[in-house]
Design a protein around this ligand. Sequence first.
Ligand code: NAP
Length: 254
Amino acid sequence: MEGTKQNSRTVLITGATSGIGYEFAKIFHREGYNLVLTGRDKEVLKKLDKELGSVSIALDLSKSGSVSELYEFTKKKNLDVEILVNNAGFGSFGEFIAQDNADAMVQVNIASLTTLTQLYGRDMAKKGHGKILNIASVAAYFPGPYASVYYASKAYVLSFSEGLREELKKKGVQVCVLCPGATKTKFFVRAGINNSRLEMMGTMDAAKVAEIGYSGLMKDKGVIIPGFTNFVFVGLARHMPRFVLRKLMASLQK
Ligand SMILES: NC(=O)c1ccc[n+]([C@@H]2O[C@H](COP(=O)([O-])OP(=O)(O)OC[C@H]3O[C@@H](n4cnc5c(N)ncnc54)[C@H](OP(=O)(O)O)[C@@H]3O)[C@@H](O)[C@H]2O)c1
């Protein structure tokens, strides 16, 4: 197939048009993988196809039918996905009762990720090998007042991935979950909270986060938490009483 490397493995990355997903695309390209990329931005995807020799499809993962469209696309093109990186996701901050994108967030962050994992996980299980990397967040460990849907969506991704890891390992399929903390991407601007206290507490470079994610996946680490600070946050979350955590998190959302 045009643009693909013969005898090379294929990785499918969702949300590859910016931030952490784009950095993953560059790393997998460097490591000699064939890339299948998605996002909504057609122009960026075209540029990526030129830059990285990828095959891409523009899709809005909040829309019904988009996941089957993606799966059919890879089948028709005979793209044998050996690694799935479920990275696409977004956050929304503000009062839940005033949010108009909660359904879309559940669709992208939870439902699409779950269906993609099932479709490609099934294929991988049949072959007896494959890897799935789901992108959760440090937020998975905390309650998130004024971002409850986003935080809960990431708690789902963490729990789902950890449970599935134990199921699929018997079938030769590796499931890992990456939990980044605040990372320099378009995420905060898109979520309407750039310059918030949460962001100001320190952000990591997206390239660094993706490198740690890639290395964790290759070493088959179940839960990958990039950066010492994020590791400490997760430790705190595990040991602090929940009512204290709730108040603390409410004070950080601005
Ligand atoms: N940045 C952080 O602080 C942080 C921390 C923890 C976890 N994360 C997680 O890391 C992942 C990547 O986020 P990022 O920080 O790299 O943010 P980003 O720069 O905004 O990238 C998000 C990616 O997801 C795609 N996407 C968003 N909505 C989509 C939709 N409806 N349909 C299809 N694709 C969609 C975007 O594609 P288009 O723009 O082309 O639509 C983009 O490629 C997300 O799951 C996020 O929750 C981020």
